[in-house]
Design a protein around this ligand. Structure first.
Ligand code: GTP
Ligand code: SPV
Ligand code: MN
Length: 611
């Protein structure tokens, strides 16, 4: 057994020996120089960011433009989630399949124990007690992340409720999820030789592993976002989706907003769009049409549970935003642009010569010279991107000018409608409403979207991404579909209405037809009109479609043909789509696949009729 050089005793450690024992076990396995229990204080943030600046991990931005803000440049091989290295380690492979990578839990545990053995040598091991959701809230859950990355600690400070307040609340017997993370780059080798640290340590051998039965997370080799901030995708979606299935609630890749109509009627919408497909933007929508107000509650994850009144209530389990930078500017997303005025960590964006950040879309005119995300000289003539397409900002939610006053409410908000959407250049119309919950679940289950830079791999490839949860459902996808059906049965008349939306139809030149962003308020207006029962909609095989005159198009430069092209049912395309969906449904285990979805497909095919 290796002795630790230093051992910082946790101030509240005695409160929960279970946590202390786990921390000791991990320290023995990973042999860091030092163990630091993170307290969540401002002094700690200041100390950590200072250390990271000295180390070269962070660059302090010019405080005149961005006070208390930093730029991190990742290793160029560590810029996004790694779906091919993400594993669900359930005892039975069928409990992970067919959409997840599976590993045998006992074999994986052995393999990981070897990887983690001495993996923190020469480094500091941080212990981060955290809460997803307001501390102590009925829908909230606790976790404890161990990490050897100070960048992860600072990011978790913005993204979760963490530190002493969380540790104090995890009293003995309170469930908590152990989440172990190492960048996998020890500073001292087996011969005791100490190496210099790099600005962004990582390991090319990455493993993002989830143990659904024991509700544990082990993440090795990456320091990036969803691979390393384990409260986010690993816990709040993959592990939480398993908890939700077992306990009768829902953990979803959804934004949450409050919409107030000109008549002062209030609605709450949740929307699932795949990664980098517009959740942050819709969550911070600044409506162009008069009288409408949108308030932000969450931009990435929703935990939803039927309340005592039988209606579906949702919380945002996060405390901050890890948002896509490119494309975020005053003309597209003024609210996000204002949110990141300071106290923000930027990752993989460009550095201006004046010490501020820049990325494609932040301003119309690029700086004459900058340093790109990889640290190279850059000018507009370089012909390369200044920012990585998955460059991100990390910022606390309470800096958002449109954050709802009660966004922190432990009881959440009642969801009136759920929206599903993705990047579909053709076929899927601007908006349609499901006739029933079952048709809504069919819409979610048959979602497809072009891949984006949020995960490694090819970009722009159309793939199925059911409920925007393809990379995030921690169990068998057919069981997940069945869980959605079951939730609808339980909610009955109280079930939210379900809509499909698509901001991404393109013309013959590949340009987006719909202006999107703030103009999406026009689609929200139609959706609210449907919720209020004032609008008719045309019943079609793919759901209720707006009549052209029902959409408020005042001030838009689209002509009638362009509008018709994106709001009407394209029967030919949908016959192809239905045939493709039949193939897709065939990839699931028939005994687990809900009959309701097959019936929806039969109905769609029948109603579309032959060519
Ligand atoms: P994750 O954080 O990866 O889950 O992504 P997200 O769903 O929150 O995506 P986000 O809102 O950050 O948008 C990703 C990209 O899509 C950005 O480059 C946006 O500028 C762009 N985008 C968002 N909304 C629209 C829209 O309505 N139309 C168009 N054309 N692009 C949009
Ligand atoms: C996503 O990819 O959906 C994200 C970013 O929200 S990450 O936290 O890296 O998963
Ligand atoms: Mn996301």
């Amino acid at each position: 057994m290796t002795m630790l050089a230093t051992r910082t005793t946790p101030p509240l450690n005695h409160r929960n020996p279970e946590i202390a024992d786990w921390v000791d076990d991990i320290a023995r396995l990973t042999t860091p120089d030092e163990v630091v229990w993170v307290d969540g204080s401002t002094a700690e943030w200041d100390r950590l960011t200072k250390e990271m600046v000295a180390q070269g991990t962070l660059i302090r931005l010019n405080p005149e433009w961005r006070p208390n803000s930093f730029l991190a440049r990742s290793d160029p091989a560590d810029v996004a989630r790694v779906e091919d290295r993400t594993f669900i380690c359930s005892v039975d492979p069928d409990d992970a399949g067919p959409t997840n990578n599976w590993r045998d839990p006992s074999i994986m545990r052995l393999e990981l124990s070897e990887l983690f053995s001495h993996s923190m040598r020469g480094r500091t091991m941080y212990v981060i007690p955290f809460s997803m959701g307001p501390i102590g809230g009925a829908l909230s859950q606790f976790g404890v992340q161990i990490t050897d990355s100070p960048y992860v600690v600072a990011s978790m400070a913005l993204m979760t409720r963490m530190g002493d307040a969380a540790l104090e609340a995890i009293t003995p017997g309170t469930p908590w999820v152990p989440a172990l993370h190492s960048v996998g780059a020890p500073l001292v080798d087996d011969d005791g030789v100490r190496h210099d640290d790099s600005a962004w340590p990582n390991n090319e051998n990455k493993y993002i592993c989830h143990f659904p039965e024991s509700r544990e997370i082990w993440s090795f080799g990456s320091g990036y976002g969803g691979n390393a901030l384990l409260g986010k995708k690993c816990f709040a979606l993959r592990i939480a989706s398993v908890m939700a299935r077992d306990e009768g609630w829902m953990a979803e890749h959804m934004l949450i907003v409050r919409v107030t109509s000109p008549e002062n009627r209030v609605f709450h919408l949740a929307a699932a769009f795949p990664s980098a497909c517009g959740k942050t933007n819709l969550a911070m929508l600044a409506p162009t049409i008069p009288g409408w107000k949108v308030e932000t509650i969450g931009d990435d994850i929703a935990w939803m549970r039927p309340g005592p009144d039988g209606r579906l209530r949702a919380i945002n389990p996060e405390r901050g935003f890890f948002g896509v930078a490119p494309g975020t500017g005053l003309s597209t997303n003024p609210v996000a642009t204002k949110t990141i005025w300071g106290n923000t960590i930027f990752t993989n964006v460009a550095l201006r010569d004046d010490g501020d950040v820049w990325w494609e879309g932040l301003t119309d005119t690029p700086p004459a010279h900058a340093t790109d995300w990889a640290g190279n000289d850059w000018t507009p003539a370089s012909g390369t991107r200044a920012a990585h397409p998955n460059g991100r900002f990390t910022v606390a939610a309470d800096q958002c000018p449109t954050i709802a006053d009660d966004w922190n409410s432990p009881d959440g908000v009642v969801i009136d409608a759920i929206l599903f959407g993705g990047r579909r250049p053709s076929t899927v119309p601007l908006v349609s409403q499901a006739r029933t919950w079952q048709q809504g679940v069919f819409m979610g289950a048959t979602m497809a979207s072009e891949t984006t830079a949020a995960a490694t791999g090819e970009v722009g490839v159309l793939r199925h991404d059911p409920f925007a949860m393809l990379p995030f459902t921690g169990y068998n996808m057919a069981d997940y579909f069945a869980h959605w059906i079951a939730m609808g049965e339980r909610l009955g008349e109280n079930a939210p209405a379900i809509f499909s939306v698509n901001w991404f139809r393109t013309d013959a030149d590949g340009r987006f037809i719909w202006p999107g962003f703030s103009e999406n308020a026009r689609v929200i207006e139609w959706i609210v009109g449907r919720l209020e029962g004032d609008l008719a909609a045309r019943a079609t095989p793919i759901g209720g479609l707006p009549l052209a005159h029902e959409l408020n198009l005042d001030g838009l430069s689209l002509d009638v043909d362009e509008i018709r092209g994106i709001i009407d049912l394209d029967k030919t395309a949908w016959r192809r789509e239905a045939a493709e969906i039949a193939d897709y449904f065939g990839t699931f285990d028939e005994t687990r696949f809900p009959i309701e979805l097959r019936r929806e497909l039969e109905r769609l095919t029948r109603e579309l009729g032959p060519e």
